[in-house]
Design a protein. Structure first.
Length: 134
């Protein structure tokens, strides 16, 4: 009697553990797929050098801070030109500079942000590029 119950409990446990861990195990593959932000926009395709305003590493890690600085410089100091680390000037504008090159917000910015579960509120005011509905 006892042994029989024990067996049932063990089978029950195995099924339970299996069901309980399945969603996690199943998601491991998906969760580890890093998003691949697409840079094949018309403006970027026209560039001779496929470069951002700063290096890719810098942009990946610091674009939020850079955007904050841009906003402060533009709004508080009226500064409208950003000179990058290579001495190249760029107009300080989220819409007309960043989003001119990265006109594919959904396939670029949103790819990473959805993955990281961040949702910048910028587009409440700033106009996101017009895109084909997908
Ligand atoms: C002149 C076109 C151009 C402008 C303007 C531009 N970008 Fe980029 N951006 C690129 C290109 C090209 C890359 C890919 C660089 C590489 O692969 O080395 C890139 C890369 C990036 C990355 C890194 C993507 C990754 O895969 O890690 C981020 C983040 C980014 N840009 C954000 C911005 C933001 C924010 C702005 C405005 C402050 C901006 N970009 C302005 C062309 C541009
Ligand atoms: C390579 C991935 C990647 C790409 C591409 C990318 N972002 Fe981000 N972005 C992030 C991550 C990760 C964070 C959150 C960083 C943190 O919380 O420290 C973030 C945060 C931000 C924030 C701050 C939001 C907040 O609530 O703090 C802004 C603004 C932002 N991104 C704008 C942009 C714009 C505009 C683009 C497209 C031009 C873009 N990002 C493309 C990864 C990316
Ligand atoms: C409540 C509305 C509002 C929100 C939300 C907002 N902005 Fe702005 N932003 C403005 C206004 C207004 C200006 C001033 C426009 C000008 O002077 O040309 C501005 C200017 C800027 C500028 C410099 C000038 C330009 O045309 O790009 C940057 C960069 C900028 N904002 C980035 C951001 C980022 C990044 C976010 C999200 C983290 C954000 N803003 C959220 C209203 C907003």
């Amino acid at each position: 009697m006892k042994i029989y119950d024990g067996g049932k409990i063990i089978v029950g446990l195995i099924v339970f553990v299996g069901l309980f861990t399945f969603p996690f195990v199943y998601n491991i593959g998906k969760a580890n797929v890093m998003p691949e932000p697409k840079i094949n926009t018309p403006a970027i395709n026209e560039l001779t050098e496929k470069k951002c305003v700063e290096s890719k590493q810098f942009m990946r890690a610091e674009h939020m801070q850079l955007l904050n600085q841009w906003r402060d410089w533009a709004v508080r100091k009226g500064e409208r030109v950003y000179v990058n680390s290579e001495g190249k000037p760029y107009t300080i504008s989220l819409q007309n500079t960043c989003m001119h090159c990265h006109s594919n917000k959904k396939e670029f910015c949103d790819q990473c942000h959805n993955y990281m579960a961040v949702n910048p509120y910028c587009w409440n005011c700033h106009i996101a590029p017009k895109e084909k509905e997908s």
